[in-house]
Design a protein. Structure first.
Length: 593
């Protein structure tokens, strides 16, 4: 009950606000379900007794009219409600999927690499769709339970007035049936737990195989066999999970069928004997048989409601867990002052969650307002990790990062994130238009000023020729896997588009974290040089294991094994005997002399 209360508290108000007619339609459908059986139960005996007794045609027509018109009217109203509710089901599914996606995008970045969180997200998605049907599925069970409870009161009263023994037998059969359903539900919940990881991996390999972005690697390295084998393995594991569930619950289903046959046979035999003995009229016989069948189905229905509601509640509760997933990092509320910033790393150390190895160890570094700092070092030296900490994708394990003398953990998180325009090595462009990729705004939210600025930034980033050959201009859509006429920009063009995106954001701090690593050193140098002239007086971090950016930076920080091994200007560092920077420069000097 605690889980159900939490679901109702968290999810139902959201659904009611978004779709105000959903719950009134559920109530209307439930009212029709309540009234439907009682029309037949009370009117049919009157027709039967009139046929074998008074045979008054007027009464017969009146009774038949009440029966037919009443059932037709309720059937039409119910069907209209069901049709409309079916439309709401799809809309509710899509809306809550959107809420899950929105929350996932807002989670602390470090949680996106957390296995527990990934498994929880899979449980949430499958629990809200396949297993519980979300708000729709749970509300269906709640309203059905209420309707069945009201019907049971009426049906028990009708049967108890004539034959308490029949009522007792029906109740016994229903109790046994409910117990069997409960056992089946436990098996299904165990199967759900087993299949959560399998479903995630099953989906991963399925989508990787059909994602055209991996086409070259799959073909040239003949990877299809490996992927198909992985798919087959998880398919078999998934099949075994479902088979175990079906095999385990089969015996319960067989016993439930036998109980239904016994209850029907007892009802007809017992009431027939009462009728032959003159205790019941033929009309009462009809009423008892109809009421008994309705009561058994309704009691079975309410038992099913309880079982399904508990089951669906457990599945849907995964949504509650996910939406209340604890933050990985504390958030402050201090506003960030406008303008350029002074940044200081004070004895910063960091180890990724779940590991003890320090990627950064005691880093001390200060970057003044408007300064350009080049961070160089071999792969794995800790350069990108430093930037992740600065951007609050992670928090330091030890030490502090200060912005204008204040620990960055004290600042309002959203305001703080607006201070940075980063371009990472693994940047992503989306299957949207060129302008949307630069602005990260929908076309409907862009005005003429935005469009002119995008055009200008594409030229500044060196994409003038690329833009000129687009038939739809900046409204051209990227990637053929999204659109048949989508544009496939080269790797270099994508990198320049990412640079244009960083310029568009116009944040006080610019970060280039090896976004041009795929280019040759000379081309990389030219892009860094051009970009450096575009950012004017902003603070900038240039990160690379090559030395393209060093000649026009104020200072260079050389990272080695998680520490700042050397710090200074190019002229200072290149003259350190046996220095890390000097060795790197000598190895790469042919490109920069």
């Amino acid at each position: 009950m605690k889980k159900l209360k939490e679901i109702i508290r968290l999810m139902f108000p959201v659904a009611a606000k978004r779709f105000p007619l959903f719950f009134p339609l559920e109530a209307l459908k439930t009212l029709c379900d309540i009234l439907m059986p009682f029309i037949a139960i009370f009117v049919t005996p009157l027709i039967v007794d009139e046929l074998v007794g008074g045979k008054d045609l007027t009464r017969l027509f009146v009774y038949a009219g009440i029966l037919i018109l009443g059932e037709c009217l309720l059937t039409v109203i119910r069907q209209l409600s069901v049709n409309q509710l079916g439309k709401y089901k799809e809309r509710l599914d899509n809306y809550f999927t959107r809420l899950i996606s929105e929350h996932a995008m807002g989670l602390d970045y470090q949680l996106t690499e957390d296995k527990k969180l990934l498994d929880q997200l899979e449980k949430t998605n499958t629990g809200m769709s396949w297993y519980s049907e979300g708000v729709y599925g749970i509300s269906e069970q709640i309203f059905s339970f209420i309707g069945n409870a009201v019907k049971i009161v009426g049906l028990v009263t009708v049967i108890a007035l004539h034959t308490p023994l029949l009522l007792a037998v029906i109740l016994l059969c229903v109790c046994l049936n409910a117990y069997l359903m409960r056992l089946s539900s436990k098996v299904e919940l165990k199967a759900f737990e087993r299949l959560s990881k399998v479903n995630r991996m099953f989906g991963y390999y399925g989508w990787e195989m059909v994602d055209f972005r991996y086409g070259k690697d799959i073909r040239l390295y003949d990877a299809s066999g490996m992927l198909l084998n992985k798919w087959d393995g998880f398919s078999e594991e998934s099949y075994q999970g479902w088979k175990w569930q079906a095999d385990t619950t089969r015996k319960y289903s067989l016993i439930q069928g036998a109980l239904a046959v016994f209850q029907t046979a007892f009802t007809y035999g017992y009431t027939a004997l009462k009728t032959i003995g003159g205790v019941f009229s033929l009309g009462i016989f009809t009423q008892m048989v109809s009421a008994a069948e309705s009561l058994f189905n309704t009691l079975g229905g309410i038992a099913s409601n309880i079982t399904d509601l508990l089951k669906k509640t457990n599945y849907a509760y995964e949504y509650v867990i996910f939406m209340n997933y604890p933050q990985a990092m504390p958030k402050g509320d201090k506003p960030v002052q406008a303008g350029e910033h002074r940044i200081e790393f004070r004895n910063v150390s960091f180890a990724y969650p779940g590991t003890e190895k320090k990627v950064l160890d005691g880093v001390n570094l200060t970057v003044e307002k408007g300064e350009r700092l080049s961070i160089v070092g071999l792969n794995g030296a800790g350069k990108t990790t430093l930037i992740k900490l600065l951007c609050r994708l992670y928090d330091p394990t030890d030490g502090q990062i200060l912005l204008d003398g204040t620990d960055i953990r004290e600042y309002d998180y959203d305001q703080y994130m607006k201070q940075f325009s980063p371009v990472f090595q693994d940047f992503r462009l989306f299957g949207f238009t060129v302008s949307e990729n630069v602005t990260l705004k929908g076309r409907e939210n862009m005005d003429e000023k935005d469009r002119l600025r995008v055009s200008d930034l594409l030229k500044q980033a060196g994409l003038e020729k690329f833009a000129d050959k687009l038939e739809s201009g900046e409204d051209a859509k990227l990637f053929k896997y999204m659109e048949e006429d989508g544009i496939e920009p080269s790797g270099g063009e994508q990198q320049k588009m990412a640079l244009a995106r960083a310029l568009y954001k116009d944040a006080p701090v610019i970060i280039l974290d090896e976004p041009t690593a795929a280019l040759d050193p000379v081309a990389e140098y030219e892009i860094y040089k051009q970009f450096n002239s575009l950012i004017q007086d902003k603070t900038a971090f240039y990160i690379s294991h090559r030395l393209s950016s060093c000649r026009f930076c104020d200072h260079i920080a050389v990272f080695s094994e998680g520490r700042v091994a050397e710090y200074g200007t190019h002229d200072e560092l290149v003259n350190i005997p046996d220095g890390v920077y000097a060795a790197m420069f000598e190895a790469q000097a042919q490109y920069y002399r």
